[in-house]
Design a protein around this ligand. Structure first.
Ligand code: NAI
Ligand code: AKB
Length: 354
């Protein structure tokens, strides 16, 4: 966007890459001041950002983690740690934020997800591709550690689907997927060419209890819990036998922190699959019905979402993540259902009490 404003010295400065990016010893619950990174999270008001900020603030201190987005934060977010407006399409202002706050790690969550992206390709292209270019250049210029999540959506119908390995054909058929393959490749290129400390995990569909999904194909797996507790009725927009890889948010956020803290020399790859479980809408409904037997699920298939899901992996192969930096999931389907139902039920009781 503001290419004309960009410094031409970014390559020359790359030798300073990673300087000042201290990493805390794994296993410690918090780290010494000198080792604490200053983290900026873009797109932080979506399904994942607030939870990640909470986790990182526990580890690095409240004021060392800045949440940012282009939306107004709810009160509970605004009053619990630094929040600023930051549009990833505004190169100059993003650069200013990084400089003024002495940012050393950047978690780039701003994105337009799969279903919304198919409805607004121009917006997805702008946010997911132009936004990424801005972030890559700024991270490179200032020697940041840069985390960009990828997704199961970075694969397509011609990829092996069960399981999908780290390295295979990637020909996604959504603008979301295309933009994420682009992010993986650009990040790896900047790593090899300029020494950028680029790190990327391919997340499965993420299930959370207290944050809403932002318009993806896997959203049904969050919405079903709220419907199950509120009304006992759920209309699912994917076919009952659509198997996709999924993960509980606590595992996803912990993976992100552990991966960010992993010593660079242990990372043989810069982009890793991570896996926890796979299920279908039918399988998830059955598991919820063990606790809430009255739940009734009907199916009204959304053609766009179904076509997307039909080209996505059924399971991810993640032995490299387990081998290189010790990835291990804690939640399988039964634990996931218990945890999410407990949160949603408590949340509903509290809401009724007020
Ligand atoms: N939630 C999931 O199941 C998965 C998420 N991911 C990735 O994780 C990241 C975070 O995902 P979610 O929190 O679920 O996304 P989300 O859609 O819930 O939130 C994205 C956020 O980006 C913000 N945003 C949009 N345009 C922006 C701009 N120009 N500048 C700054 N912020 C902007 C939005 O306001 C929103 O708060 C995304 O990159 C997504 O692709 C990957 C796989 C699975
Ligand atoms: C799996 C994802 O990337 C996201 N939840 C989506 O469905 O678009």
């Amino acid at each position: 966007m503001h290419a004309g404003n960009r410094p031409h010295s970014s390559v020359a400065r790359l030798t300073s890459s990673m300087r000042g990016v201290g990493s805390c010893a794994s296993g410690a619950s918090s780290c010494a001041d000198a080792d604490r990174p200053k983290v900026l999270i873009t797109g932080g008001l979506g399904q994942l950002g607030v939870g990640l900020a909470k986790l990182l603030r526990r580890r690095f201190g409240e004021n060392n983690v800045i949440l940012s987005d282009i939306r107004k934060p709810p009160n509970h977010v605004y009053h619990h740690g630094p929040f600023i407006f930051s549009d990833v399409l505004d190169y100059t202002s993003l650069r200013e934020t990084v400089v003024n706050n002495n940012v050393s790690w950047l978690v780039h969550y701003a994105a337009v997800l799969s279903a919304v992206g198919e409805n607004n390709v121009a917006l997805a292209k702008e946010v997911n591709i132009t936004g990424l270019h801005n972030v890559l250049d700024i991270a490179t210029e200032h020697g940041l550690r840069l985390f960009v999540p990828s997704t199961i959506g970075a694969f397509g119908p011609s990829s092996p689907r069960d399981p999908t390995p780290d390295l295979c054909v990637q020909r996604p058929r959504t603008i979301y997927g295309v933009s994420k393959v682009h992010a993986e490749l650009m990040g790896e290129y900047y790593h090899h060419r300029y020494g950028l400390d680029f790190r990327c995990l391919r997340y499965p569909g993420i299930i959370s209890a207290d944050s809403e999904p932002g318009g993806g194909t896997t959203d049904y797996a969050v919405q079903i819990f709220h419907a199950a507790v509120k009304s006992g009725l759920f209309e699912c927009n994917l076919r009952s036998d659509t198997q996709l890889p999924m993960m509980y948010i606590d595992d996803c956020l912990r993976a992100t922190l552990e991966f960010l803290e992993a010593p660079a020399e242990t990372l043989l790859n810069r982009t890793y699959n991570i896996h926890a479980m796979s299920f279908t809408p039918h399988g998830l409904a059955q598991e919820i019905q063990r606790v809430l037997p009255d739940l009734k699920v009907t199916y009204n298939v959304d053609a766009v979402r179904q076509a997307i899901a039909d080209g996505w992996p059924m399971a991810l192969e993640d032995t490299a993540a387990r081998r290189d930096w010790g990835w291990k999931h804690e939640y399988d389907l039964a634990e996931l259902v218990q945890a999410v139902l407990a949160h949603v039920t408590t949340g509903n009781q509290l809401a009724r009490a007020h």
